[in-house]
Ligand binder design. Structure first.
Ligand SMILES: [Zn+2]
Length: 342
């Protein structure tokens, strides 16, 4: 058996945690097809082959157009539940045992889903995924920075009042240029006050300043992407010393042109500097990836061997906000697997 197949098998069987995945962008073509058939008036593809073609990533502009079109298919609590269940199925298929899933609650509220219906759909979806596959999901509520403080206020008020089971984090994503993370400091402080961890995206498309803002002003416990840290040795040292992990999403970074290609990805620089790193998918349905593929990139592009890949899987569990019992269980599963893997 060639080496690449052996490592692919090892990765496929490795129990993993996923810490950076957006529920809407994670939706597979299969899940979106089911919703498209429910709402045929949207004019999106009604058969599998056409949907796969429509959903195939070509460039960033197309990605945004497809994302917006797919978002129009999510109108009710049941649609949210369907996204959660589809994601749970896809996570289980790649041996993800625990996932922190980002939901842009305000965009669902804005299309008219009632606040309690949204919360109930997430609570039910999480329970149904756990029952069906044992995958444990927790929720991170992010805001699109372009929609500013008002969107953050609505999200925070909703999270505080309705609190779906498994709520663990508060985040911010979207455009970084012209949207300083520091503007959101008060919002993140209040999110922390109600028990949500600060998990902002920062330093994906702009320089180290945004990552500094994320850790110093937003109190980030982890940073989404954080690639720009590689340009600033002082920042890398601060991340390493404070134990703040980065959520690295290699395929996403190429698709969005945050990096020109995988060979230019700063993962090795960050790793060399001792920054805690985790591997993730971001929007796997839309970027045509899954977590096994990201680990394969870890092997083929970043040169990680089996032991390093297993350690990366452990690091994702340690950098998570899973309950102690879940952390212990998944870490034990990884250890047992590594000892018995062929
Ligand atoms: Zn993201």
């Amino acid at each position: 058996m060639p080496q690449s197949t052996e490592i692919a098998d090892f990765i496929a069987g490795l129990p993993k945690a996923e810490l950076h995945v957006h529920m809407q962008g994670a939706a597979s073509a299969e899940t979106i097809l089911a919703l498209s058939r429910k709402y045929p008036e949207e004019g999106l593809p009604q058969d599998e082959a056409a949907m796969r073609e429509f959903y195939r990533f070509t460039d960033f502009a197309n990605f945004i157009a497809v994302y917006v079109a797919a978002s129009r298919l999510v109108r009710t609590g049941d649609d949210i539940h369907q996204l959660a269940v589809g994601l749970g199925r896809d996570l289980a298929a790649t041996n993800v045992r625990y996932a922190e899933v980002t939901v842009t609650a305000d965009s669902h509220l804005k299309v008219g889903i009632a606040p309690d219906e949204l919360a109930d759909a997430l609570t039910r979806g999480r329970a149904d995924v756990l029952a069906a596959s044992g995958v444990d999901i927790a929720w991170v509520y992010d805001i699109d920075g372009d929609f500013g403080i008002p969107s953050g206020e609505r999200t925070l008020a909703w999270a505080a009042e309705h609190r779906p089971a498994g709520s663990i984090g508060f985040g911010i994503g979207g455009r970084e240029v012209g949207v300083p993370r520091s503007d959101f400091a008060d919002l993140f402080r209040r999110a922390t006050d109600i028990g949500l961890q600060s998990l902002p995206h920062a330093g994906e498309t702009v320089g180290p300043d945004q990552v500094w803002s994320a850790i110093d002003q937003l109190g980030a416990k982890r940073v989404g992407h954080g690639l720009a840290a590689a340009q600033d040795p002082t920042l890398m040292a601060a991340l390493a010393e404070r134990g703040i992990a980065l959520e690295i999403c290699p395929t996403s970074n190429v698709c969005t042109k945050a990096v020109p290609d995988l060979a230019s990805h700063p993962f090795p620089i960050l790793r060399e500097a001792g920054v805690r790193l985790t591997l993730n998918t971001d929007d796997p349905g839309m970027f045509g990836t899954d977590l096994n593929n990201e680990y394969r990139i870890g092997h083929e592009v970043f040169g990680l061997d089996r032991a390093a890949l297993a350690e990366l899987a452990r690091e994702s569990v340690r950098a998570s906000f899973a309950p102690d019992s879940t952390r212990a269980k998944v870490l034990a599963e990884i250890d047992a697997y590594v000892q018995t893997a062929p």
